[in-house]
Design a protein around this ligand. Structure first.
Ligand SMILES: C[S@@+](CC[C@H](N)C(=O)[O-])C[C@H]1O[C@@H](n2cnc3c(N)ncnc32)[C@H](O)[C@@H]1O
Length: 248
């Protein structure tokens, strides 16, 4: 079982991911366990205060050391030793498929979601949290970012995706964007499914899909192609795609 612990003020924003779809089934089948801890449970005052004003002035509030570290410490006792420990943060390293694979290979995962103006820096230092961002924009809290990480990591765990929905051909699994998909009807609003997909010739279908995965990546994310060494077949298929697109 892969154990995930989340520290956040709003568990209700994260829980749905563990109740529905692929991750929901993985939790039901005991492949993934999601635990939650709120820093409010580690406060000592009547108002259960978890934040305070920033030193040096400025707007907003900052999450305080003691309640956050209390919640983190409580979750650590339920997680395997050497679990990865992340804080969701707009100033962190970008989350991507490679990092999702690294996290899925770890013994477990601790996620800390911030709120307000973020966390007291000393929490990040003392708990050796890796800062991870899900994109170059600012969310109001880390809960949705934590849900994104949980979903992306859980689908990579052994046994979570059945053969039918295997993720091997998903975008980013091999450094390319996914190829186009079609389902019935064969013709809709005058648009037909590409003939090659109807023929049952598995090698032609494989080459067509690879060509379109390469072409799509070249058009939309050329940076991914620059980071990838293409095989002879891939170079040939991409050249074909570019010729057909009129830009060889
Ligand atoms: C309003 S934001 C704080 C922004 C912070 N003052 C800054 O400049 O980075 C509150 C919380 O949302 C989360 N958050 C915001 N944007 C995020 C992003 N792009 N990726 C991951 N978490 C994010 C973090 O947990 C952060 O502590």
């Amino acid at each position: 079982m892969y154990r995930i612990g989340v520290v956040s003020l709003f568990a209700e924003l994260i829980d749905p991911v563990a109740r529905h779809g692929v991750v929901g089934r993985a939790c039901e089948r005991g492949l993934v366990e999601l635990r939650h801890e709120s820093p409010r449970a580690f406060t000592t005052d009547r108002h259960r205060t978890v934040d305070d004003r920033p030193y040096g002035g400025g707007p907003g509030m900052v999450l305080s050391y003691e309640p956050m570290c209390g919640a983190i410490g409580a979750l650590r006792t339920c997680l395997p030793k050497d679990s990865r420990a992340l804080v969701l943060s707009a100033r962190g390293r970008s989350f991507n498929g490679a990092l999702a694979r690294e996290l899925a290979a770890a013994p477990g995962l601790l996620l800390v979601a911030g709120r307000y103006e973020g966390l007291d820096e000393r929490i990040i230092e003392a708990e050796a949290l890796e800062e991870v961002s899900i994109g170059d924009y600012v969310l109001s809290g880390g809960e949705l970012a934590a849900a994104v990480v949980i979903d992306a990591v859980a689908r990579l765990l052994p046994g979570v995706l059945g053969h039918e929905e295997s993720g091997e051909r998903d975008s980013h699994m091999d450094g390319l964007l996914g190829y186009p998909q079609y389902t019935r009807p064969e013709v809709v609003d005058g648009m037909a499914v590409p003939e090659v997909l109807l023929g049952g010739d598995h090698d032609r279908i494989r080459r067509w899909r690879l060509k379109h995965a390469l072409g799509r990546t070249w058009r939309k994310r050329p940076d991914l192609l620059e980071a990838r060494v293409l095989s002879d077949e891939e170079r040939e298929l991409l050249a074909e795609y570019r010729l057909e697109a009129g830009s060889a």
